[in-house]
Design a protein around this ligand. Structure first.
Ligand SMILES: [Zn+2]
Length: 168
């Protein structure tokens, strides 16, 4: 028996999530539509999507700036990080600057270019120092290299890793 179009659409959307294949998407959709709280998820998702995003770091916020960005000590220092989790970890170590979450790494083979990562917004301000928090894989290195070119003649870009941390 063919699934209803709305159910098929749900499966297609779930398959767009990272690491979710057709089987998992089918299982999840069934669970959400029957035993799981699909209504709660739909409501939470639509509220999160409608919330404001911090103008600086792009996290969900209840105003133009999130709480972390309101309390920045060094306003000309910026950390570029790949994920929200990494931003949280970095801020927990007392990082004194702003964070910019680019939600990914450069990957031309997967169609992820500088525009998708929002890098063009970074040159609006005269940063003194940019800390690029990335790993050591090819895509990490490519992202850092791109940032070095982007800020060339404007700010020093320091490649920092989670293990090594940042320096004053
Ligand atoms: Zn923020």
């Amino acid at each position: 028996m063919a699934l209803a179009p709305a159910h098929q659409q749900l499966i297609r959307e779930l398959q767009r999530l990272p690491g979710v294949g057709p089987n998992a998407a089918a299982r999840w959709s069934e669970w959400l539509l029957t035993r799981g709280n699909g209504t709660g998820l739909a409501q939470a998702l639509s509220e999160a999507l409608a919330a404001e995003h911090c103008q600086q770091c792009r996290r969900l916020a209840s105003g133009p700036l999130c709480r972390a960005c309101e309390q920045v000590e060094e306003p000309l220092r910026l950390a570029v990080v790949a994920s929200e989790q990494q931003a949280d970890k970095l801020l927990a170590t007392g990082y004194p600057g702003y964070c910019f979450i680019c939600h990914g790494r450069l990957s031309p083979s997967q169609g992820v270019g500088p525009e998708a990562l929002g890098f063009m917004h970074l040159i609006d301000r005269n940063w003194q120092r940019v800390d690029a928090l990335f790993g050591r894989q090819v895509e990490d290195q490519a992202t850092v290299l791109y940032l070095r070119q982007l800020f060339h003649g404007r700010a020093d870009v320091h490649h920092i890793t989670e293990e090594d941390g940042w320096q004053r």
